[in-house]
Design a protein. Sequence first.
Lengths: 596, 132
Amino acid sequence: MNLREFNRILRQTLFLPVLLLMVLAGFIVWEISRSSAELRWIDHSDDVVEQTVRLEKLVLDQETGLRGYQLTGDNSMLAPYRMAVVPIARQFSILRDLVSDNPAQQAHLADVRDRYQIWLGFAQGVLTKDAAVVNDPRMNQRGKELMDNLREALARMLTTESHLRKLRADAALSIERRELLAVVVSSLIVGVLLAMFTTSRLRRVSKTYDATLEELSRQAEEIYERRQWFQTTLESIGDAVIACDKEGNVEFMNAIAQELTGWTADEARGARLTEVFHIINEETRLEAENPVEKVKRLQTVVGLANHTALISRNGKEYVIDDSAAPIRGGDGEMTGIVLVFRDVTEARRSEAALIAAEKLAVAGRLAASIAHEIHNPLDSVANVHFLLENETDPEKRREYLHLAQQELGRTMQISRTLLSLYREPKAPVSVDLKELADGVLLLLDRRLVQLGIEIQRQFTEPSVVEGFPAELRQVFTNILVNALEAAGKGGRIRIRIVPVAAQELRGSGMMVEVTDSGPGISKQVEENLFQPFFTTKGENGTGLGLWVSNGIVQKHGGSIRIANNNDDSLTGARVRVYLPTHTIATASSRTTAYVA
Amino acid sequence: MQAVSASPLILCIDDEALGLEIRKAVLEREGYRVLTALDGSSGLTLFSDEPVQGVILDYFMPGMDGGQVALVMRKQRPEVPILLLSAYVNLPQEVVTMVDFTVLKGEGPSELLAKLRRMLTNPHESGNGGGW
């Protein structure tokens, strides 16, 4: 139930009873007005009776006066008689008005008036006669008869009105009873209706209240469950997770994070992140930048610098790969920072092993050439030795020795080139790419000759960059072996070395471009060129060549781009290796330490 | 030096010019008559033009390799013995079974001369199978 519905019910329970009670009050007022009309008729009857009695009394006063005069003949006795004349006329007038609504009483009143007039006529007669005659018994009898008639008419009128009053009183009583009953019944009905209505509304509200309570408790439970779920999920993640508030105090750590840092979650809670998550640069051994500060500064997801090592509480060192991201509240404000990292020490070792394997594979691919290059001159030297043993002519001997010298020189050159594949200075040195390319071509010479591949050299002077020569030689051996295998018998390979000017995102440097006359690269192969273990050579390739080469070139701050050449008659693949004049590489392959 | 007619004529094919010259000198000192060729196709021309009695063949060469050259020679004159000389150890098996003898470069001249002598005296005895 929402607030609006609740307010509606509240209004209903307020206004409906008021309305009902007003209707009830109206009904009662109507009933009361009805019964008071009835009561007014009773009062009217009482009025009629009272005025009639007053008239009778006045008439009796007149008769008494007349009787007194008759008996005594004293005129003073007539005072009441005379005094009553005007009031009696007024009484008649009042009564006429009062009974104007009732024809029966009008008839009775007319009868009374007639009989009074007759009696009055008799009384006038008495007054005009001599005093001696007036006390005549017959006369008295006559007066008495007339008065009795009058009183009889008056009594009839009174009786009628009394009867009327009784009827009216009965009616009023029954109306009163009915009213009482109606009020009681309607009050009962209103009461019951109100009770029922209120009960239903209250039940409604209480039901909704119950539902709301249930919903709230269900929601609370759901929130709790979700919280548990998230907690468990974070705990179960294979990467280490640390969450901290925006001040950089640790709030949460999962099991892996506890294992790597050496802190338990309870110990770490509230501690500074920098204390718990102690990171350094693997090579320089200097403190690495605090990720909290970095995230605060950049307000976005940040990755850690390369070569970051985590020093755990017990001094153990892990090479880690990680990212830190801001946690934002509903208003977009940063409320904390979450750190996700993983131990890549093992991965680094495997990577190193792969790189080492690829080095051996390069040697393997060169094996045929090397065997030839070394065994051919050695064979010649052995032959010369054989000839010398049996030769006495000094001229001939000198010639043989010179031949042997030449062949041994070749052997030395080959072995030096071969060794330089593996010997590496500790810091980058100046590398002449032209010399380097020539050295690689020398090692491959045998195969190039055998396949009858024509090499076009387009070198410019100078072609010197900073770098690690053995690694670069490995890169170019890879690229040239790929090119000669793609070009095949009678194919052509063009090697260009050209300087490139500085551009927006990279400094000046050299570009080595190797283009072959082979079939080129298919779209599907192109997508996977730099993936480890991807090879088009079946069992003859390790699938690591370009992956390792790319790593080496990237470490030097350079890049490798491979595309199909459409510029001229060479329609095969075109590999462009860009190398900056000043390298960013600080050490020879980071993996060597693990491999030795 | 022995009589010219009596000494066997050997065809020596190798793309290494210097090594070939020295080998020729060694063989001549042993009394063989020697023809040299720097690649497979010119060697095959000499093979069909001259009464060659034995062939010393390099395996790794530009153009036709030793195996391909030997195949053509076997088709033309299967009775002429062939000695395959190579610096490379992992020679294809079908090539090894096709030739009479194999010598690894670096084994020295005495080994080469001994195998050549055996090959010329017993053309049908194969030195392969037990050697390497």
